[in-house]
Design a binder for this molecule. Structure first.
Ligand SMILES: [Zn+2]
Length: 307
């Protein structure tokens, strides 16, 4: 049985270029009671089931048992996970005689961020001091006005506003509307964007129009950010050495030429867990030869690491 030791450190400087390897991790917890956890983790192509014991020294160390399982089983088990799945990249960074693991989480730590077009709830109205007269009625009235055009809900549970805000963020509702007695008196409400967490005061009689504009803005800006992210994480390789080096050092897509031979594709998959992702209609000519075998290239292909 192994022992896990955890410490938290602040990281200064560029850990990515110092990293000797990186891996993509998706994991979830099947159960978690009294500090004991059962975890399913997909790491690159491989999958693991891990049982961790409770800590008796304040979380600094605890027992851990881990076994590799088929990744198909892991994907099934992840459906049973309690709470949100964790999606992160882990970098191994040597510092002196030690090797540090640096985890970079995707999304933010507050949970989901969803584009308005696919969000099951686009606008969540959170009444503040809802026990006061007319607050809930106003919240329901706003819902009535919005529901013709948007997917909207009122969080009228007994939880505190702070809890509701946190829950709305975790669930990734693109817009949260805050409305309380003072807002009603002033004829306004507050819209809060999930993606940037900016707040915006809006007159109540302009709510439909402003919410619609804001959802369009969120949709457009999220798409732009995703495109920039994709483009800045897409690299080009002209020979096999470069191809391997980029996948070892960076996370993203690599554009490279391919001869069209299945054998090269199989070799790349077997050796590097990398597979072809797209053969774009708009071809670019990066070089004359296949990145794998050096024979005449037929197509430019986007390659990616399989997770
Ligand atoms: Zn080839």
């Amino acid at each position: 049985m192994a022992q896990e030791i955890e410490r938290k450190f602040l990281v200064a400087g560029d850990y990515k270029s110092a990293a000797v390897s990186s891996s993509h991790i998706v994991q979830g917890y099947i159960c978690s009671t009294g500090g004991r956890t059962v975890r399913v983790r997909l790491r690159d192509e491989r999958a693991y089931l891990t049982i961790k014991g409770a800590s008796d020294d304040g979380g600094l160390s605890r027992f851990e048992w881990e076994t590799e399982i088929p990744s198909g089983d892991a994907r099934e088990l992840l459906h049973l996970a309690v709470g949100a799945l964790i999606d992160k990249h882990r970098y191994l960074v040597p510092v002196g005689r030690h090797i540090f693991e640096v985890d970079e989480f995707h999304g933010d730590n507050e949970g989901l961020v969803m584009p308005p077009k696919v969000a099951p709830v686009q606008v969540c109205i959170v009444p503040i001091q809802q026990k006061k007269e007319a607050v809930l009625e106003k919240a329901y009235e706003l819902r009535g006005r919005l529901k013709g055009n948007f997917r909207v809900k009122v969080d009228d549970t007994d939880k505190t506003p702070g809890y509701k805000f946190a829950e709305a963020e975790m669930r990734g509702y693109p817009i949260r509307v805050e409305i309380g007695p003072k807002d009603i008196e002033a004829g306004k409400c507050v819209l809060c964007r999930r993606d940037t967490r900016e707040k915006l005061e809006v007159a109540l009689d302009e709510l439909e129009e402003k919410a619609g504009e804001l959802l369009d803005t969120i949709q457009r800006e999220m798409l732009e950010r995703a495109r920039v992210h994709r483009d800045t994480h897409t690299y080009e390789a002209r020979d096999f050495e470069e191809f391997q080096r980029i996948f070892a050092e960076k996370a993203g897509f690599v554009k490279a030429m391919w001869c069209g031979d299945q054998a090269c594709e199989d070799l790349i998959k077997e050796k590097m867990s990398v597979t072809s992702r797209c053969m774009p209609f708009e071809q670019e000519h990066l070089s004359d030869t296949c990145v794998c075998c050096g024979k005449t290239a037929k197509k430019m292909v986007y390659w990616g690491k399989a997770y």
